[in-house]
Structure formats: structure tokens, C-alpha cells
Design a protein around this ligand. Structure first.
Ligand code: EPU
Length: 346
């Protein structure tokens, strides 16, 4: 393949601290902010012809950067929202670099229901299918029609239907096998003017009047989240650091015998989903702090960075927390954010 010369919008040796919500320091070998599909194509062709790997980031709010990234880091800032009436649905084609919360706010203003429970989730629209973002009984897969991708081999664009994306709890093919194959460039969502609101999760309905409006649900979700989740602009974090673990009936019964207050949800005849926050809280870690990192004082599922420069301290905390939870409950916690960069050894 012909070796292409570097487009001048690609910079060298750029610090990534402003581009990850944990605010850990690391350096990108090459770096560019992408606001047009043409630039993405140029960057891709240059990197492919020089055998340089590419990492695409949105707002870096579900990331754990544990070391420098030698290849090219692209920040997706593709903008644009198109609205189309399709039967009784309203479909929105949204470019991947739009901010997720601003999109939710925009849809609520327009009277479109479907993603109001996902208000105030940090990050970009393009990141939403990767981990199938979810909150208060709604996941993005519930309203997703398709995802537009650029193929990393030949820069071709295509739409993949939602049913083919392998969506599961905090998971999709984009988080796994497809991370090396595609960039997400846009999503298509189907929303509705008929307000079928989902209020059954946890305490959501408690703070609302009977028959609430879309705006009231949005406001309540924002209030509940702001009260217990750390604002990444103020304190470094990546939302829930662990997934809620799914355990067998046997293990659930064993934990229940010892702890009648365990918080768990039945998944099917043989499995239960446990509240990881409850396990961490019960084990005494909530509010724990060490070496500049810690467990958030108002929500035990969030690990936070109070001022550490590198992720190493957080990895040590994760290791100790996981082994304590394994010892106390027999449960193995699984990390939720995506890890990038080489692993420091300890
Ligand atoms: N709990 C505790 N201690 C705590 C916090 C919670 O014991 O410090 C118990 C409470 O009894 C509560 C239960 O754990 O009933 C569950 O807590 P919560 O409702 O806050 O939800 P979560 O399971 O901890 C999940 C998502 C969040 C999402 C909320 C609301 C995951 C990994 N996390 O958290 O998503 O906002 O439900 O739907 O599924 C994220 O993914 O980054 C995220 C924040």
C-alpha cells in the first residue's frame, strides 16, 4: 500500500487528561478532533497506509486510561440531528459526536418520549450503543433502530440494524469484536409523541405526581442522578465502575441467609442480579479513600479520582476491593468502563 503523508489536522504527542472523565494523564502518539466525515476518512487512510492503530473516543466518560496510547487517538465531534416522521414514530438520525444529555434535553423539549430516563448520562451519542447505556429501567437498545458505521478497512459507510448489534446488559458487539472493525458515525433512534413513560424502576415514581409529564420525568431523573452520582466536571469518575453481577440461585440463597437485606432482582428461574453497590457498601468500602482515589461517598458503585495523576492507584484499589468482595460474598465483580493503554505492573 502507498504510504500517505500525515494530514495537517493530525497533531503529535497530545495529553489525554482533558479527554477522559477520570482525568488520568496519558499521551496520545497522534491525535485529531474529527468534526467531518471527510476528515475521518483521511485520518483512517493515512493511519492504515502507515500501519498506525486508531482509537476513537467520544467524551471519554466510560474510559479507564492506564497508559500512553502509541497510535492515533481520534475524538469524535461529528455534529447534526435530522428528524423524520415514520408512521406514528419520530425517527432521529443523530451524529455520533453530539452530546448525549443535550440530545435527551432536545427530545424532551420537542415532546418526544423514549430516552427521558437516560437524562444526565455523561458522554457522546456515538458511545451510547457501545455499552448499551441504561438507567431507570430503560436501555438505549429499546429505542435504537440502527447504527451507522465506517468500516476501518475501506472507509465505507453502512447502517447496521439494532437487532444485529448483540445488545445485552452494558454490552454490545461494538464493545467486543467490532471495536477493531468499525467506527460509529451516527445512530438512528425511534421516539414517540405518545408518552408511554417508564416509572417502575426503584424510587423514580416516588418523587413524581400521578400521570407526570415528560418534562417532569426528565427533571426527576436529573435530580435523582445529581443527588447521588458524582459530576465528572467536579470529581473524576466514569459512572458505575462495576457491572451488577449475575449469580446463581444457590449463591443468592447463601448470601440471603447471611444478609437478609441483600438487594437483588430475579433475572430468570436460575439467576439473580445483585446490586454491586450494596455489596461494596455492606463490605464497608463506601467513602473509602487512599492515594488520591476512592469509593464515592454517596454511591458505592462509583470509583472516583480525587487528584491522582495516573490510573495505577485506582487499579490497586480495584484489585483490593474485588478480592474483598470475593472473600465476603463469593461474588466476582466485573469492571464496566473500557480500558485503554498499557497496564502498569504492580
Ligand atoms: N445501594 C447501596 N449502597 C449504595 C448505593 C446503592 O446499598 O451506595 C443499593 C440500594 O439499595 C439500591 C441498589 O443498591 O437500591 C441499586 O442502586 P441504584 O438504584 O443507585 O442503581 P445501581 O444498580 O447502583 C444502576 C446503573 C446506573 C444507573 C442506575 C439507575 C449499572 C452498573 N449501573 O446502578 O448506571 O444510573 O442503575 O438505573 O447497571 C452507569 O452505568 O455508569 C450508571 C451510573
Amino acid at each position: 500500500m502507498l504510504t500517505l503523508s500525515k494530514p495537517n489536522f493530525i497533531q503529535e504527542s497530545v495529553p489525554l487528561k482533558p479527554h477522559n472523565s477520570f482525568r488520568f494523564q496519558a499521551t496520545a502518539g497522534y491525535f485529531a478532533i474529527i468534526d467531518r466525515l471527510e476528515s475521518l476518512e483521511l485520518a483512517l487512510k493515512w493511519a492504515n497506509s502507515n500501519n498506525i492503530s486508531i482509537t476513537m473516543l467520544g467524551e471519554g466518560s466510560n474510559l479507564l486510561i492506564t497508559g500512553d496510547i502509541d497510535g492515533l487517538v481520534l475524538i469524535n465531534r461529528l455534529q447534526g440531528i435530522e428528524i423524520e416522521e415514520v408512521g406514528d414514530q419520530v425517527q432521529l438520525k443523530v451524529s455520533a459526536g453530539e452530546n448525549w444529555h443535550q440530545l435527551v434535553s432536545f427530545t424532551v423539549e420537542k415532546g418526544l418520549a423514549g430516552i427521558e430516563n437516560l437524562a444526565l448520562i455523561p458522554g457522546s451519542v456515538g458511545a451510547s450503543p457501545v455499552q448499551n447505556i441504561g438507567a431507570y429501567g430503560v436501555e438505549v437498545k429499546d429505542v435504537l433502530v440502527s447504527v451507522q458505521v465506517m468500516d476501518r478497512q475501506d472507509a465505507s459507510l453502512s447502517w447496521i440494524e439494532a437487532k444485529d448489534c448483540g445488545f445485552a446488559y452494558r454490552d454490545s458487539h461494538f464493545k467486543g469484536a467490532w471495536s477493531e472493525r468499525y467506527f460509529i458515525t451516527a445512530v438512528c433512534l425511534a421516539l414517540s409523541r405518545q408518552h408511554e413513560l417508564k416509572l417502575s424502576y426503584g424510587g423514580l415514581a416516588k418523587g413524581l405526581p400521578n400521570d407526570p409529564s415528560l418534562q417532569q420525568v426528565f427533571d426527576e431523573v436529573c435530580a435523582v442522578r445529581a443527588a447521588k452520582l458524582p459530576d465528572p466536571k467536579v470529581i473524576g469518575n466514569a459512572g458505575s465502575f462495576f457491572k451488577n453481577p449475575i449469580v446463581s440461585n444457590n449463591l443468592y440463597q447463601k448470601i440471603l441467609d447471611e444478609h437478609p437485606d441483600v438487594v437483588a432482582f430475579s433475572i430468570d428461574d436460575s439467576n439473580w442480579k445483585l446490586a454491586a453497590a450494596w455489596l461494596i457498601d455492606k463490605a464497608g468500602w463506601k467513602g473509602f479513600s487512599r492515594d488520591g482515589v476512592g469509593v464515592y461517598e454517596k454511591q458505592a458503585l462509583c470509583l472516583v479520582n480525587h487528584g491522582a495523576d495516573q490510573a495505577e492507584c485506582l487499579l490497586r484499589l480495584e484489585r483490593d476491593l474485588k478480592s474483598d468482595i470475593k472473600l465476603k460474598f463469593g461474588v466476582i465483580l466485573e469492571r464496566e468502563p473500557v480500558q485503554l493503554g498499557c497496564l502498569p505492573s504492580f
